[in-house]
Design a protein around this ligand. Structure first.
Ligand code: NAD
Length: 496
């Protein structure tokens, strides 16, 4: 790492209950996926650290007056966090690139998004209004919202700084304490962000960051009685396990889970835009994106020409060094994950699929040192094939033709997932009809993978529950309370 990147990594310590110190878990090396060089030695947390962090967070939450600050005072701290992120923008983007190997152009966008998220929720908390409800007696009735207490935020490795911010900003704005558990393989941006939060004035103990194993640290957080909410982003099976444990504690959870998003191209679409949009939808972030458009349905009359254009485009994508400004795809996150992607491609071929491009590790330009994988397109499969049903989380696209809207809708909705979908057409009535009938939390029409912090995001079906973003996103970190104010001097009638 160069000095700009490492300036944010003060030591291998982690933040436990307001103290930067070594965790008691097994230390490990954080690797740069592009060449496997060591970024840093990280001292992992263990279950005792998790319990200590939760207890310290609960104590700090009660003693520090964080929850008692006026909304505009907490908003000021969030604005300072955003300012500090902006001031360290390039260093954070480079650190995040080292953390998970995404191209630098993409990690810059994630850092900008993180700063904007803090600003947005600062604005939300400052402008949030409570209500006087219509009273039905000699009393005034009010509905207000209170913080929950200690929130555990558990995040994946694919966009660490942005997904951390999406949980930390609303949770802190709402007046909670947060224990953040980043993915084991991407601790760097989360630790750097914690230092900026401290510098901005988040009280000691109100935020802890615990890199380590999900099955140990994450599990200890979920089970701890003082944790009042889990905000989780990750795989569906892990999310389901968390929801089961949360049910026993009657604890709210928000779950942002996996996807197998369909993209639909109608014959009347603007073909140039659709080709670009489909390539971006599946291959940006090397397909390591919950919303990757990994199932493509193309109307049969344009199928051959569209797929030929797509394959041509995929072969031209620049896969390589994430520090280069013109790189479009970096490496996959780990060697183990690349092997899992390779197994899926082999399975697709066994299931009768035809490989149109990719299906290999690209060679040359030092790429053998990292976990690179070429953009891969298969066709000849049915929607029931396992590679059309299971989330691969890599640069693998399955293409299927369709004849009519009825069969298309059955197949597009024929998935346990329901995270996102894309439609390419110039017929606005059809876009409306199909968009409303898709069983997904987000639909993009003549665009893909675009986001606004002001617009809610979340999944249907096995893609999750709860919503992040949007001004109601802050309510996910609050609990409602009703207040009745007696306005009659006479005693209650029953007592007489
Ligand atoms: P993962 O589920 O393996 O891990 C996510 C987080 O959960 C990590 O911090 C991990 O350490 C922790 N964890 C693992 N086991 C745990 C347990 N038993 N108890 C508590 N915590 C545990 O997911 P991943 O491989 O890091 O990320 C990829 C997945 O995340 C994909 O399925 C992807 O679709 C999903 N994802 C969803 C969204 C969304 O917004 N819907 C966004 C990004 C990623």
């Amino acid at each position: 790492m160069n000095s700009a990147e490492s300036s944010l990594l003060v030591s291998s310590d982690i933040l436990i209950g307001g103290e930067w110190r070594a965790g008691r878990g097994t230390p490990y090396a954080s690797l740069y996926p592009a060449d496997q060089s060591i970024n840093a030695e990280i001292s992992a947390a263990n279950a005792d650290d998790a319990r200590e962090a939760v207890e310290a967070a609960d104590a700090a939450w009660r003693k520090s007056n964080w929850a008692g600050l006026k909304p505009h005072q907490r908003a000021a701290v969030l604005h300072r966090i955003a300012d500090l992120i902006t001031a360290r923008h390039e260093a954070l983007a480079q650190l995040q690139r080292r953390d998970n190997g995404k191209p630098i152009t993409e990690t810059r966008g994630l850092v900008t998004s993180a700063a904007n998220t803090f600003r947005y929720f600062a604005a939300c908390v400052e402008t949030l209004e409570e209500s006087l409800t219509p009273s039905r007696g000699d009393f005034m009735t009010m509905s207000v919202h209170e913080p929950l207490g200690v929130v555990a935020a558990i995040t994946p490795w694919n966009s660490p700084i942005a997904s951390d911010a999406q949980k930390l900003a609303p949770a802190l704005a709402a007046g909670n304490a947060v224990v953040l558990k980043p993915a084991e393989v991407t601790p760097l941006a989360s630790l750097a962000l914690a230092r900026l939060c401290e510098e901005a004035g988040v009280p000691k103990g109100v935020l802890s960051v615990l890199p380590g194993k999900g099955s140990i640290v994450g599990d200890a957080l979920v089970r701890h009685p003082l944790v009042r909410k889990i905000a989780f982003t990750g795989g569906t099976e892990v999310g389901r396990g968390i929801a089961r444990l949360a049910a026993d504690k009657l604890m709210p959870v928000s779950l942002e889970l996996g996807g197998k998003s369909p993209t639909i191209v109608f014959a009347d679409a603007d073909i140039d835009h659709a080709v670009n949009g489909v390539l971006y939808g599946i291959f940006s972030s090397s397909g390591e994106s919950c919303i990757a458009g990994s199932r493509l349905f193309v109307q049969r009359s344009i199928y051959d020409t569209f797929v030929a254009r797509l394959v041509q485009g995929a072969k031209r994508l620049r896969v390589g060094d994430p520090s280069r400004e013109d790189t479009q795809m970096g490496p996959l996150i780990t060697g183990q994950h690349r092997e899992s992607v390779e197994r899926y491609v082999a399975l697709g071929l066994e299931e009768g699929g035809k490989l149109l491009c990719g299906g290999e590790r690209p060679a040359g330009d030092n790429r053998e040192q990292g976990f690179f994988y070429s953009p891969t397109i298969l066709d000849g499969l049915t929607n029931e094939a396992r590679i059309c049903q299971e989330e691969i989380f890599g640069p693998v696209l399955a293409v299927l033709p369709f004849d009519d809207e009825a069969s298309l809708m059955r197949e597009a909705n024929g998935s346990v997932f329901g995270l996102a979908a894309g439609i390419w057409t110039n017929d606005y009535k059809r876009a409306w009809r199909v968009g409303r009938a898709l069983e997904t939390g987000t639909v993009w029409i003549n665009t893909y993978k675009q986001f606004s912090i002001s617009t809610p995001f979340g999944g249907w079906k096995d893609s999750g529950m709860g919503r992040e973003k949007g001004h109601l996103g802050i309510r996910e970190y609050m609990q409602q309370k009703s207040l009745y104010w007696g306005m009659n001097d006479a005693p209650l009638p029953w007592a007489n």
